[in-house]
Design a protein around this ligand. Sequence first.
Ligand code: GTP
Ligand code: MG
Length: 361
Amino acid sequence: SSPIQQLPRQTSKQRFVADLSQCLFDFVIQLLPTQEEMAVKEDVRKLLERLIRTIEPDSRLLSFGSTANGFSLRNSDMDLCCLIDSEDKLSAADLVTMLGDLLERETKFHVKTLPHARIPIVKLTLDPSPGLPHGIACDIGFENRLALENTRLLMSYAMIDPTRVRTLVLFLKVWSKRRKINSPYKGTLSSYGYVLLVIYFLVHVKNPPVLPNLQQMPPLRPITKEETHLNGYNIWFFDDIDLLRQRWVSENTDSVAELLIDFFRYYARDFQYNTGVASIRGGLLKKDTKGWQNDFTGGRYDPSRERNRLCIEDPFETDYNVARCVTKDGLYTIRGEFMRAARVLSTRPDRAIVALAELCE
Ligand code: GTP
Ligand code: MG
């Protein structure tokens, strides 16, 4: 018999999975921001930094969130953080108010200020124009150093295995937006929450793991507490990614499609929503040991105080549940969507592209 006949034939499952991986890459690539969009955003950042320096000369304006962590989609919002290096500086509330007035006078942005929020911010939007068909939306926060650090952590995870991690995360961001389960204000989960669910899955659920646990690796040299702590939180993680890419090779060879199928199955069926806390630092933790049980005892049950239906520990602020905005209904919807996605992928329609279209319908 000819050599070709001796090759094992691909099963229909193998064919579907290979197809789906290719479709996922193709799908995600066309949703990445263009060079032009990134250049415009960098120009906006510089302009805003110049204006802020007329009020606080020692300030810097830095990008965080998706524009800085490698998980950016076309037309995504800009998250900016203002750091002030001088000793005697304005209070964040005063700065927000003054900056708001200045930007209103000097630029075409629509400005809204929230000087008294937990983290005071200035919200800016720019109307669409021919060169910028989707306009720009931008939040400027102040002294939010932990957000800069968690951005760096997510970016480091993205860089360890860019193809698989970025494709998965970007796809899930699009999927969760299209399925309308990406709005903390409406009781579902932020993009940041979904990214943490993906990393948790790749570090702690997959066996062998796709990613190492950067927060638990031994440091290359002894480090002091001052170096590792910010606002009382341990922000250390192994961040020499060049070295890591030489030394750490995952034994996990699953394709992106296999990982996606497993991801949906895990969160549809296996994750213990009632008792579990997903922690990228510590693995699967228990709600009761963290004191994150919803309190149904003692007096009236108040659903507006319900904060711990879904529990995702912040990588640094470990007393902070990133999914605290997720309501009972929100979680029901999210789980329903995980189940629907798992079902669509398990039926394996003839062509992977059909499955993808149906997933994001
Ligand atoms: P898109 O805006 O949807 O493209 O996603 P994104 O990656 O920018 O995520 P998101 O807007 O949800 O969050 C932006 C950044 O804000 C994150 O990278 C975090 O640094 C920070 N952040 C968002 N939500 C939280 C939160 O609940 N807790 C903390 N500590 N930081 C958060
Ligand atoms: Mg954002």
